[in-house]
Design a protein around this ligand. Structure first.
Ligand SMILES: [Fe+2]
Length: 259
C-alpha cells in the first residue's frame, strides 16, 4: 500500500518522532484536556497520522482499539491478547506473531485503574543487550536469537483463518537493532508442538527470559488519566501490572514509520 509522506509535522509530532527514534518512548501528560469522546479520538488519530501511518488492529481494519479487560472465560485453549485481560502482562513487544510487527504504538489513558494496579513497565533493547552481552552465555544466546527462527502463536482475535487450527508465525527474536518477544505466545506454541524449536534455541530463549524478568534497568510508572504515551515497538519492551478496576480504559493506535 503506498504511504504518504507528511511534509510539515507539528512541533508535537516532531518531538514524538525524535523520541521514538532515540530513547524509544515519550510521555505526553494531560493530552487535549478540553476534548471528549469522538472529538478526542479524532485528535489522537490525527496526531498519529503525523507521527506515522496508522494501521488496523483486526480484519475489519479498526484503527482505534479499546483496551478494556473482558471475561476471558475458562477456556485454556484460547490465546488472547494482553489488551483483553487484567492479569500481569510480562514485558513483551506487540504483534510479535505477525509478519511485520508495527513500528510504533500510542496509548491514551481515558480511565486509569483506580485499584492501585495496572502500572506500566518499560525496558529498552539497548539496556537488555548490554546486560545480556556481559556474559559468554549471553553472547551465545544473542547469536542464536539473531540467526534462527522462533515460533509465535497468533492470538485468536488476530487469526487470518477461522476455526480452531492454531496459526504460527516464525522469525528471529533479534534483528539488527530490533526485538520481537513475548513469553506466553512462544511457550504456548511449544506446548502445541515441542519440535518447533531446538534445545539450543530453547536455552537461548530461557536465558533471554531470565534477563528480561530480572533486568535492573526496567522502569515502572503509573499512567494517569489523559496521559498519552508513544512507544517504539521494535526497540522497547513494555508490560503492565495486574489490576481489578473493570473501568480501566485505554485507546491504542498502531503505526508504521512513514517511509
Ligand atoms: Fe502490549
Amino acid at each position: 500500500m503506498p504511504q504518504v509522506k507528511v511534509k510539515n509535522k507539528s512541533t508535537l509530532a516532531q518531538r514524538i518522532d525524535t523520541a521514538l527514534n532515540t530513547v524509544g518512548w515519550i510521555l505526553i501528560p494531560d493530552y487535549e484536556p478540553d476534548l471528549e469522546g469522538a472529538a478526542l479520538g479524532e485528535a489522537y488519530r490525527a496526531l498519529c497520522e503525523e507521527v506515522g501511518v496508522p494501521i488496523g488492529h483486526d480484519r475489519a481494519g479498526t484503527i482505534i482499539w479499546d483496551i478494556k479487560s473482558r471475561d476471558a472465560g475458562s477456556d485454556g485453549n484460547k490465546v488472547i491478547t494482553y489488551s483483553e485481560h487484567n492479569h500481569e502482562a510480562d514485558l513483551h513487544t506487540d504483534s510479535q506473531y505477525s509478519e511485520y510487527p508495527e513500528d510504533y504504538f500510542g496509548l491514551l489513558t481515558l480511565h486509569k485503574a483506580r485499584c492501585g494496579g495496572g502500572e506500566s513497565y518499560l525496558l529498552s533493547l539497548e539496556d537488555l543487550l548490554r546486560e545480556l552481552s556481559s556474559t559468554a552465555a549471553g553472547r551465545e544466546a544473542i547469536e542464536v536469537l539473531q540467526t534462527t527462527n522462533y515460533p509465535f502463536i497468533v492470538p485468536n482475535v488476530f487469526r487470518k483463518k477461522t476455526g480452531d487450527e492454531p496459526e504460527f508465525n516464525f522469525g528471529p527474536i533479534l534483528r539488527k537493532g530490533e526485538i520481537r518477544f513475548r513469553i506466553d505466545t512462544f511457550e504456548k506454541a511449544l506446548t502445541i508442538n515441542p519440535d518447533l524449536c531446538t534445545p539450543r534455541q530453547l536455552s537461548a530463549f530461557n536465558l533471554l527470559k531470565k534477563y528480561v524478568r530480572s533486568s535492573p534497568s526496567m522502569k515502572t510508572f503509573v499512567l494517569e488519566d489523559r496521559d498519552l504515551i508513544f512507544i517504539n515497538n521494535k526497540t522497547m519492551l513494555h508490560g503492565r501490572g495486574s489490576f481489578s478496576d473493570a473501568d480501566r480504559h485505554l485507546l491504542r493506535i498502531r503505526m508504521n514509520k512513514t517511509r
